[in-house]
Write a protein that binds this ligand. Structure first.
Ligand SMILES: [Fe+2]
Length: 384
């Protein structure tokens, strides 16, 4: 098929290879500069890129959402006499929980957690002891929820490719590069939406960070769908978007980065159903969404731009998360979109990690859930 067109200006992405990453590990992988290695508070979490590491293409996987196994009233996670304090960050999206140590949860409480994150979209847990336990602990915690995604190009600790590291060095040059070609750093997206099995439950934590800056903005795509008129909702039924990582892979290659898995292109419905809550939501994002395949180019651009504008301007379905040391945030990468806010002005390290579970292949109707042959005719028609 014809190559997909670039739809967005290339933007700064701290998880991708930077030309300043001139360090080498004893195994021969690229890593951050010696100066940044010396300044890092958590060296075991530093990103590395191994030129010899290659991963095969992802294949379809069946998925069972742990949220479906949750206890009534989420009583294992939130016992009636428990110490937890729960606060809604906004009525439409996000909750903050204090008084629970995630590392202590048993399996039933973790299933409750999956359901709670599906319900609230984004959940902040403060004062967690995860980071001091090392990368393996966090990875094992997330394995309970499903297969962990390995990113095709981002940096990861040498033994833990499932850990996606975002690292901005203590460099004024790196800060200045953010706005060199763009007026802002905002780029709303759903992580790796080009993947066949979409990324779902996601954990993010900052290990080292400046006093302020680097917030993440989230938007609720269930609410964004519900706000549309019945006539517009009906118009979107049966439409599909081509999602692709071709441009991200090319930008990474241009910066001298490593490609561990070849770029992916997949077709997903524009309106998706969450298998845990049964709620419909928009599945559109500017970073990886390319075009609505059933429409002509101009029609597709018109409709997609309307949906992007709707989500991005509706601050009454969004929440802004400020990162703190030892705060763990979990989000549902299907029912929300998010954007970084790269507003730093001082050359201080910002070091964080992300671990994502691969969820179900997106479907427009739950009767297609876990059907490997879903959209087979469309894949044949578009030569994918
Ligand atoms: Fe992201």
């Amino acid at each position: 098929m014809a190559p997909v067109a670039l739809s967005v200006e290339e933007k700064y992405d701290a998880s991708q290879f930077q030309p300043s990453h001139l360090g080498k590990t004893t195994q021969g992988s690229f890593t951050v500069s010696q100066k940044n290695q010396n300044l890092a508070l958590y060296p075991e979490y530093l990103p590395t890129w191994n030129p010899l590491q290659k991963f095969p293409p992802y294949k379809f996987q069946k998925f069972h959402d742990r949220g479906l196994d949750a206890s009534e009233n989420l009583s294992s996670l939130f016992p009636a006499d428990g110490p937890q304090k729960i606060k809604r960050l906004t009525p439409r999206l996000g909750s903050e929980v204090d008084g629970i140590q995630l590392s202590q949860l048993d399996d039933q409480a973790k299933s409750d957690l999956a359901r709670f994150v599906s319900d609230r979209g984004v959940v902040i847990f403060k004062n967690q002891d995860f980071n001091s336990k090392g990368p393996e602990f966090a990875i094992n915690f997330m394995k309970y929820f499903g297969t962990l995604h390995t990113h095709p190009t981002s940096g990861a600790p040498e033994k833990f490719p499932q850990m996606h590291i975002t690292f901005r060095g203590a460099s004024q040059e790196e800060i200045d590069s953010v706005f060199a070609k763009n007026l802002n750093s905002i780029l709303w997206h759903s992580d790796c939406s080009y993947s066949l099995n979409a990324l779902q439950l996601t954990l993010f934590s900052c290990l080292q960070l400046p006093e302020s800056g680097g917030d993440t903005l989230f938007a609720n795509t269930v609410e964004a769908y519900n706000r549309l008129s019945p006539a517009m909702q009906e118009r979107l039924e049966g439409l599909h978007i081509l999602h692709s990582s071709v441009e991200q892979a090319a930008a990474n290659k241009k910066a001298g980065g490593i490609t561990r898995r070849e770029a992916e292109t997949n077709i997903h419905p524009i309106v998706r159903v969450n298998p845990t809550t049964g709620k419909k939501h928009l599945y559109v994002n500017k970073e990886f969404g390319r075009r609505i395949i059933e429409l002509k180019k101009e029609e597709s651009e018109y409709l997609l731009n309307f949906l992007y504008d709707h989500i991005e301007k509706s601050q009454d379905l969004q929440v802004r998360v400020s990162w703190q040391p030892d705060t763990i945030v979990l989000w549902n990468n299907a029912t929300t979109v998010h954007t970084p806010c790269v507003d730093f002005d001082e050359p201080v390290i910002r070091h964080a990690y992300r671990i994502s579970v691969m969820g179900e292949r997106p479907v427009s109707d739950l009767k297609h859930l876990n059907d490997e042959n879903y959209l087979k005719e469309k894949y044949e028609e578009y030569g994918l």
